[in-house]
Structure formats: C-alpha cells, structure tokens
Design a binder for this molecule. Structure first.
Ligand code: NAP
Length: 319
C-alpha cells in the first residue's frame, strides 16, 4: 500500500511517499481502507523530532517511520472477535500511520457521521476530541459560563467554539482580523481581534479560559479570570526543545497559590467520545471547518502549511 514515511527528522522534505506492507488485522482489530486523513501539530512535532518527543520516538531517527493519526474510511475486513463493525461500514477514528491507504484499529474507531464526507470526517478526530475533553472534562464547562477561547480559528479552536456553544456557554473568541467572520459564523458571541486588541486588557471576566494559542504569562491572564475560574492550557508557542511544555510549566509555576484552577491535559482517543462527537455533528451543532485538501503525494505541502501556525480550521489529506 502507499504511505507517507520518514526515516529521519527534519523539515517536510524528509517525507516520502513509499510502497509499504499492508497491515493485517489481529483478531480484535478492524482493517480500514483510509479515504482521508488530516494534519495536526502532533505530526509536525513527530516529523521535526522535537527534543523531548525523541525520548519515546527515537533519539537519532524515528523508530516508527509512519505518520498521521486521524482517519476516515471504509471497513474492509474485521478480526474474528470483532462484532461491532463489518466490511462496508463507514468509520472514522485515530490510529498512528493514518497517512496511508490502510490502518488496523482496535478501539479508537466509531461510525462516521452520516452527514459528513470522508474529507470532513477526517478533520474531526484529534482536534475535536481535544476541544471536547478540554472543555468538558478539564474545564468542567457549564451552561451560561463566560468562556474565552484564545486561538479560536485553527484545528482545535474551530471545534472548541462550536462545542462550547453546544454546552450553552457565552463564547468570546480571540483570532486575527481575517478570521473574525469565520468565528462569528461558528457561533462566537464576542470576537477579539488580537491584532487590534489585547484580550488580557479586557474589562470582561471569564469563568473558563481555554488557551490554545498560549504565549501569554500567568500575570497577564489572571487579570481576566474570575476568582473561581479554570484556565485550561491546551497548547502554546513551539519552542525547539520542549515545544509548548515550557509555556505550560511557566503558567503552572506562576499560578501557584492562586484561587483559580490551572490544568493541562493530553487528549486521548476513546470510542465513547467519537460517538459523542458523531452525535454533536449529526445534530448540526458542530461542523468541521476544512481550509484545504491535499492529495497524499502532497503531504509535505500540507505539513508546510500547518507549520506556519496560521491554519484556518483543518488541513485534510485525500487518499
Ligand atoms: N493538549 C492536547 O492534547 C492537544 C491536542 C492537540 C493540539 N494541541 C495544541 O494546540 C495548539 C493548537 O493546535 P491546532 O491544531 O489548533 O493548531 P493550528 O490548526 O495550527 O491553529 C493555530 C491557530 O492559532 C492561531 N493563532 C496564532 N497566533 C495566535 C495568537 N497570537 N493569538 C491567537 N491565536 C493565534 C491561528 O490563527 P490566526 O491565523 O488568526 O493567527 C491559527 O488559527 C498547539 O500548540 C497544539 O500542540 C494540544
């Protein structure tokens, strides 16, 4: 099968389109013919070989040459103990190596939302599950709360705005000028254009700060938080050694002793949450925003685009 692989760390030039062995499903696995995947910052870090990531990923070169995590496609074959899927089912989910024609998946898979194309469904897994788990589980979002989403127009942000609205929150979205209309169309109640206004100088106070873009200090962010607010750190500026971790550590240290709760989390793929997302999407409350679609052979271009840090919604790979 065709797949994108990389045998060394570096810029998108290290990516190669190769013929590799088609995976064989174990008894408890499903073999999916992938129709589309999408790009996340995680793949960009895996490709460039962020220092801290190399501890598990391979110090000098990647132990696993495959890339990609999000997929949407059709079940081709199921293992002997699989009862909940059958060949022909349209599915979506997450599995390492999804920049390829086939993946074998055990648990992180669910029925594809019926109202989405494969390209739209492939935009959902990582970004939407991050938004869902971050807001619901770590932010403990409640109806009527005032929520500020910083970095509202990338992969995670476009889902976060819609999911926060679906939970009944009053949403303020922070984005650049060209994205103001986009976040309004996603349901944001208030928009702060960060090129004109500093959100940390606002008179408004928030119950939940969902910080995807990061980059602002604890003392700046504290000004806009209610005393019992929650600050969810989703991401942060990309530093070459430890990526967004340095930002998270600074915020955590800065907030010691504060009345507000500061949490950082790493999203996890679960079938239960893919089902929740499927329901939100089929009910019309959430719709993926896809900026561009690239063929598998142009994955390097897709990675270059995500590398700019200014993607508008999701970047999809058609396979
Ligand atoms: N914790 C987790 O489990 C988890 C999971 C997935 C991702 N993440 C993290 O979340 C972050 C974002 O991921 P993503 O997939 O959404 O990235 P993305 O698709 O590349 O989007 C980045 C967005 O950030 C916005 N942005 C850039 N500078 C900004 C600024 N100064 N203020 C406000 N917004 C700004 C950009 O909008 P403009 O073009 O308008 O500037 C762009 O829409 C990354 O740090 C990633 O590592 C964490």
């Amino acid at each position: 099968m065709k797949a994108i692989v990389h045998h060394k760390y570096g810029s998108p030039d290290v990516l190669e389109l190769r013929e590799i062995d088609k995976p064989i499903p174990a008894d408890d696995e499903v073999l999916v013919r992938v129709h589309a995947s999408s790009v996340n910052i995680a793949e960009w870090y895996a490709m460039t070989g962020l220092f801290i990531g190399r501890i598990g990923q391979g110090l000098l070169k990647p132990k696993d040459s495959r890339l990609g995590a999000d997929f949407a496609g059709v079940v081709e074959e199921v293992g002997s103990s699989v009862t909940d899927f059958k060949p022909g089912d349209e599915v979506f989910g997450g599995r390492t190596g999804a920049f390829a024609e086939y993946v074998c998946v055990k648990k992180a898979i669910a029925r594809k939302p019926a109202n989405l194309t494969f390209e739209q469904a492939a935009a959902v897994p990582t970004a939407a599950i991050t938004a869902l788990q971050g807001l619901r589980d770590y932010g403990q979002i409640q109806p009527g709360q005032k929520v500020l989403i910083n970095g509202a127009t990338g992969g995670v942000g476009t889902f976060a705005v819609q999911i926060a609205k679906a939970f009944g929150a009053e949403v303020t979205a922070v984005c650049s000028t060209r994205n103001v209309e986009l976040v309004r169309s996603l349901g944001a109640d208030h928009v702060i254009d960060y090129t004109r206004e500093d959100f940390t100088r606002s008179d408004r106070r928030y119950d939940l700060l969902f910080d995807i873009a990061g980059g602002r200090s604890w003392s700046e962010c504290r000004r806009i938080l209610n005393p019992d607010a929650t600050f969810v750190i989703v991401g942060g500026p990309r530093t070459p050694l430890i990526g967004p971790l340095s930002h998270m550590i600074k915020i955590k240290l800065g907030s010691r002793g504060a009345s507000q709760k500061v949490v950082f989390f790493i999203a996890k793929f679960t079938r239960e949450d893919f089902i929740v997302l499927c329901e939100l999407i089929e009910s019309g409350k959430v719709t993926p925003v896809v900026e561009r679609t690239y063929p598998l052979s142009k994955t390097a271009e897709a990675m270059r685009h995500i590398g700019t840090g200014h993607a508008q919604g999701k970047i999809v790979i058609e396979i």
